[in-house]
Design a protein around this ligand. Structure first.
Ligand code: NAG
Ligand code: NAG
Ligand code: NAG
Ligand code: NAG
Ligand code: NAG
Ligand code: NAG
Ligand code: NAG
Ligand code: NAG
Ligand code: NAG
Ligand code: NAG
Length: 500
């Protein structure tokens, strides 16, 4: 582990060596064999073609019935109007999907698997190699034909959840482009090329939705109707960076638990794009692109709890999900990313009462960082920004209130929030590789506070940063990234924290 960190810092220092002067701490007096001052900009190109004619043939991708043609998409691009807003009807069914039988109420805590004993002190392959250059071991490495289909109820429900997420992203990215004008985007610092990028990200979602649909089979969930919490471009991109955060983290939470390695393979290849989307929406929001060393994973029921309130209705016969909807945890002094002074954020300065609602962007201009052009204070779209006054910091007192269980949420108001936890005593902070508990001080039936903790993942990487997850729990059980879902029976309420 230490050697890995060493290699990473060596890479960064190589970049620094090329710059005129050291810009980050920890590396001075670089001795490079190449010029260390940027050459002055000469005459910039102003005419662009015609260009050299390179050797080429005329070709086009095969389509339709031609051999090698790409498979069809499950949905065409949404170009026409779509309706949005809350659901006002009566649900025809309620509650999470269930099997006829449920066997227990708690997963037992067991010792490590008896086969988990491999330990290599030699640094060379220890076991007979099946063929040259091929160390023994691995799953799906013995020549069996891959089958890219879900292999269990766990797989089905996890990928179905992922598909619900891909569908909302598909609608959401196009919706922002449809409801806001080019001028609205320009005022938020986003130009035509940025709009094209958002459209491209929407197109990626069509591909992801198609992939997940194919891996699920005939009962794959279809696209629904949504109810969004934004009225400005800034609020739209803030909502997007929050929504893609739990979309991505939701997948990291289950991907290595899937029965089907094949499905995990393709899912990883789509979530890698989702991760880039999350970072791009952070940059469009003027946030630091990735203020963490590790992206965290969360249980499926967490991802579903965050997502469901934004789905207003789904078509008849929609495949339902088996996951839990936890009561909402509201962070009353959630830092507003639109303030150069996040300390000044008013209580409930968010657009609504759903857990991922964006910060209100229509604050007075002289309190806003949106159009400020001063390092440390501006938060317009950028590759990276420093914040002189952080969004949040260790030791900050964080105020909460939370909903009682039993509320109708999600598509057609047909899911009911539930918890099996006793009275909440702890605040669980889930970020990077860590789960950290701080004591909850209750101030009423459904209100309380705690202090933001200061722990680090590794020295120099504060665990609490970025857009991350908080829950109220009745116990402070020790869990690590691969058994985090054992927290679920202890979760009383669930929220999203805008740390940095
Ligand atoms: C091949 O590996 C899979 C696990 O990846 C295992 O289930 C299967 O039994 C193995 N087949 C043979 C023929 O060894
Ligand atoms: C949800 O509500 C819509 C609109 O009223 C209705 O068309 C649809 O059939 C409902 N879906 C389910 C699963 O009941
Ligand atoms: C829903 O399922 C029922 C029973 O399978 C079927 O009769 C009905 O046509 C389906 N409705 C739609 C809109 O697909
Ligand atoms: C924000 O509040 C913290 C804690 O009281 C304080 O240390 C910090 O200086 C404040 N930030 C500014 C810019 O005043
Ligand atoms: C959330 O806000 C909506 C609209 O402002 C309101 O109708 C609803 O009652 C609120 N829900 C809770 C649990 O406060
Ligand atoms: C920001 O300020 C710098 C330095 O004063 C200036 O060069 C730059 O053009 C400004 N950028 C914008 C977007 O106003
Ligand atoms: C940005 O913040 C880092 C610390 O996080 C600091 O070392 C660096 O000097 C800052 N850069 C600027 C331009 O303020
Ligand atoms: C979060 O990361 C950013 C970027 O490295 C840093 O400036 C900020 O201080 C960090 N926040 C906390 C609470 O450590
Ligand atoms: C965070 O996780 C790392 C890696 O598992 C661990 O070494 C560290 O002690 C944890 N830090 C805290 C504050 O929990
Ligand atoms: C979770 O895993 C850790 C090891 O990483 C173990 O120490 C802990 O006891 C486990 N928790 C439960 C509740 O099984």
């Amino acid at each position: 582990m230490y050697s890995k960190i060493f290699v990473a810092s060596a890479c960064f220092t190589a970049l620094v060596a090329a710059a005129p002067a050291p810009q980050v701490a920890g590396y001075t007096d670089a001795d490079a064999t190449f010029a260390q001052t940027p050459s002055p900009i000469g005459s910039v190109a102003t005419s662009f073609g015609p260009d050299s004619q390179v050797s080429a043939i005329q070709t086009a991708p095969p389509r339709g019935t031609e051999s090698g043609a790409a498979p069809p998409l499950v949905s065409s691009e949404l170009t026409g109007p779509t309706s949005h807003g809350p659901f006002s009807g009566t649900p025809t069914t309620t509650g999470a999907a269930k099997a006829p039988t449920t066997l227990g109420t708690a997963i037992p805590v067991l010792p490590p698997n008896p086969t988990a004993t491999y330990y290599n002190t030699e640094g060379v392959p220890l076991n007979p190699m099946p063929i040259p250059y091929t160390p023994a071991g691995g799953l799906g490495t013995n020549g069996t034909t891959p089958r890219y289909m879900v292999e269990s109820d766990f797989d089905f429900e996890s990928i179905a959840l992922g598909l619900y997420q891909e569908w909302i992203e598909l609608d959401l990215f196009y919706n922002g482009l449809a409801v806001f004008s080019e001028e609205d985007f320009l005022a938020a610092g986003l130009a035509a090329e940025d709009r094209s990028l958002i459209e491209f990200m929407g197109n990626q979602e069509i591909g992801h939705a198609t992939l997940l649909t194919n891996m699920l089979g005939p009962r794959a969930p279809v696209q629904c109707t949504y109810n969004y919490p934004f009225e400005t471009v800034r609020e739209f991109v803030d909502f997007n960076q929050k929504l893609t955060r739990y979309g991505e983290s939701g997948v990291w939470g289950f991907i290595n638990h899937l029965d089907s390695r094949e499905v995990g393979q393709l899912l990883a290849q789509s979530i890698a794009t989702e991760a880039r989307q999350q970072m791009i929406f952070r940059q469009m929001s003027g946030l630091h692109p990735m203020p963490v060393w590790f992206e965290t994973g969360i249980p499926q029921s967490w991802a579903w709890s965050y997502l469901a309130p934004y789905i207003s209705s789904c078509p008849e016969n929609q495949t339902r999900l088996a996951w839990q909807n936890f009561p909402a945890l509201h962070i009353l002094n959630q830092p507003n990313i639109n303030r150069f002074s996040p300390n000044d954020t008013a209580l409930r300065e968010v657009t609504g009462n759903r857990t991922s609602d964006p910060g209100i962007s229509t604050i007075p201009e002289d309190e806003s960082c949106q159009h400020v052009n001063v390092t440390g204070y501006g938060c317009g779209p950028a590759i990276a920004h420093n914040r002189s006054e952080p969004l949040s910091f260790p030791g900050k007192q964080v105020y909460f209130d939370w909903d009682a269980p039993g509320q109708a949420v999600g598509p057609n108001n047909s899911y009911i929030t539930a918890t099996s936890a006793g009275p909440p005593k702890w605040v669980a902070w889930v970020s990077q590789l860590n789960l950290t508990y701080t004591p909850l001080t209750t101030t009423g039936d459904n209100s309380g506070w705690t202090y933001q903790p200061a722990g680090e993942v590794y020295v120099g990487d504060p665990a609490i940063n970025g857009t991350m997850f908080v829950a109220l729990t009745d116990a402070d059980i020790f869990l690590t990234p691969f058994n985090l879902s054992m927290i679920n029976p202890h979760v009383a309420a669930l929220g999203l924290y805008q740390a940095g």
